[in-house]
Design a protein around this ligand. Structure first.
Ligand code: FAD
Length: 360
């Protein structure tokens, strides 16, 4: 007999957890979420409770050299996504060359340099001006709109139901439980509400805060590799989606809740991206820098702003037993607070949530 589960949230974490639970055949799973991915999710649907559609996204380690737990989550997802790029190209995950350029040499060797595939330090002579250290390796590009729809259709195709509803209290999720097991049994609830857990009744986690990020989507069919420049003041990147468009960014503004795009920031993003990856435009030597910037501005498809759901102390991944009035104890598995690393660690966190469910 299957155990009923309600996953709250349909960002990359909620969808990944729901799919992993469903795959085992042990659980009958429903999702309830205020925001559910749809084709061409427009910026007007941005909510402070929903980050996933506005991610880059690529795999580029976020874990520090000291954070071995997050390192494990990122590496496990790296390996699983490499396999998925091969087995399921329709997922929107693809393999590409990744280049990281550091304005200042990292104090210690980067932990992942010895773990990712085809890693190579870029010789000093080949580095652009202002860069002290460079690393290239095989990485993963995630076409975010495609990947979210892929996860959603995987879930729905196996009979999963999705309710597009907001809930006020985490235990309100119980009413969306699929019929499974004895009628009296309470479902397991998995809380994947990201930044939404700040205001969600029964959770109200004030350790959560936003890190605002702004990006532009541009047409640039010739750009194939992902390049990131890491500086003390600025952070820039170019992430091809594999369909002729490229996400360029970015910004990392802690505790900023505004979802309004800044035109001044968009201009800076264009100029930094063109310096980082000249292949964003076809090379024509007679053009001035000014005219190249204008040419790239003409290729803008959309401007995006997203709030990374960051949490002091890291991701909350644990079981909480909560009493539901007149019904008994509900097991709530919390899995939220994935900051700027939700995609590149998603599959490993989904495995961990499954382990917690199996242990109940
Ligand atoms: C500009 C930018 C670039 C990024 N680049 C990368 C990258 O390159 N690689 C990477 O790994 N990550 C990247 N990220 C981070 C990544 O987007 C997040 O870590 C990830 O999206 C978090 O997913 P989530 O499912 O936890 O939360 P969300 O996507 O925020 O989903 C939360 C879900 O919970 C629902 N919800 C919330 N409250 C309620 C409620 N009360 N009732 C019902 N439903 C509720 C929401 O509607 C939504 O469905 C980037 C983010 C940004 C903004």
């Amino acid at each position: 007999m299957q155990q009923a589960v309600v996953v709250v949230g349909a960002g990359v974490i909620g969808l990944s957890v729901a799919c992993k639970l469903q795959e085992t055949g042990k659980y009958s799973v429903a999702i309830v979420a205020e925001n559910v991915p749809c084709a061409n999710t427009p910026q007007s649907r941005l909510s402070t409770k929903w980050a996933s559609p506005w991610a880059g996204a690529h795999w580029r380690a976020w874990a520090s050299n000291q954070d071995t737990d997050l390192q494990e989550m990122e590496m496990r997802t790296y390996r699983e996504m490499l396999r998925r790029a091969d087995d399921a190209p329709e997922s929107g995950i693809s393999v590409a060359q990744g280049v990281e350029l550091y304005e200042e040499s990292p104090a210690e060797p980067l932990w992942y340099a010895s773990m990712v595939e085809n890693a190579r330090e870029i010789p000093l002579a080949d580095l652009p001006e202002g860069i002290e250290y460079g690393l290239e390796y095989t990485t993963l590009l995630i076409n975010v709109p495609k990947y979210l729809l892929y996860l959603k259709s995987l879930f729905v195709s196996k009979g999963g139901r999705i309710y597009e509803q907001s809930i006020e209290h985490i235990l309100d999720a119980v009413r969306y439980a699929p019929a499974a097991g004895p009628a009296s049994a309470l479902p397991i609830v998995v809380n994947c509400t990201g930044l939404g857990s700040r205001a969600l009744g029964g959770v109200n986690d004030k350790k959560l805060y936003p890190i605002r990020g702004q990006t532009l989507l541009v047409n640039a069919a010739e750009a194939k590799r992902t390049v990131t420049r890491i500086g003390s003041q600025k952070f820039s990147y170019v992430i091809p989606r594999g369909d002729g468009t490229v996400v360029i960014g970015g910004s990392v503004d802690k505790h900023k809740w505004s979802c309004e795009p800044s035109n001044a920031l968009s201009r800076q993003i264009i100029s930094r991206a063109l310096e980082l990856e000249p292949a964003l435009l076809p090379v024509q030597s007679s053009e001035t820098l000014g005219s190249r910037l204008e040419m790239l501005a003409e290729q803008i498809v959309s401007v995006g702003v997203g709030l990374r759901p960051m949490r002091e102390g890291g991701v909350r991944l644990e079981i909480e037993k909560m009493r539901k009035e007149g019904a008994g104890l509900v097991s709530v598995i919390h899995c939220y607070g994935h900051g700027g690393f939700g995609f590149q660690s998603s599959l490993a966190f989904a495995d961990k949530a499954l382990e917690l469910a199996n242990a109940l």
